[in-house]
Design a protein around this ligand. Sequence first.
Ligand SMILES: [Zn+2]
Length: 246
Amino acid sequence: MAVYHADAIVIRSREYAEADRILTIFSREHGKLQVIAKGVRKPKSRQRGGTQLFTYADFLLYQGRNLDTVSQVSPKESFAHLWDDLERTMAATGMAELLDLAVLTGQPQPELFSLTLTFLFLLANYDPLLILSAYALRLLTILGFSPVLEECAECGGRVKGESLYFSPPAGGIVCDLCLENFPGRRLKAGSIAFMNRLLKNELAKLDRLRWPVWMQQEVRETIQSYCEQKLERPLRAWSIGKTLGI
Ligand SMILES: [Zn+2]
């Protein structure tokens, strides 16, 4: 039976049968995988720590007929800080949900793997909503859906003014003429400029960004609707976070 290693992050975990868990892991080498961890819910299971949500670990897996099975797991980072407060937990959950929906099973995405790991570490100290927003914009960019934020996404024309329109179907901001065919949500020019910084700033500089509450709401809603448009699926964790005021 073939055995293989996966350097991976647990992005989804659900209970299965008496004491098992079915995990969705995102690995550096193999992309997204669904695996089963048998007996892991028993109190004495040695794999318990390594199979918790968000854990980064080295997995030893053996191929099964349907699901591959976790043979051994050696945790490298448990990201305990993500459970310290609800905002961080929700941000990490939003990242995991987005990643799970955005990638297909078994397709390696090394750049996205590095991005995800880095941003989970950043969640220790940085503003959680800011990290979630920057992560989403950068994930979309890696997947070829970088939003157009500096000119009209449709005609390439100049877009100016205090208020701009972001059209998810067009893939970015649109000018007044293109707005007729590509309806968009209105938001302040400052929010678009801020999204541009979230997308392009060096990571070390993200920590210096400050944004007022109205901008947090505008940016969050714009990114969510754009992600949902591109992925053609609702982001449930993002919506729950919103109702909790996070
Ligand atoms: Zn236009």
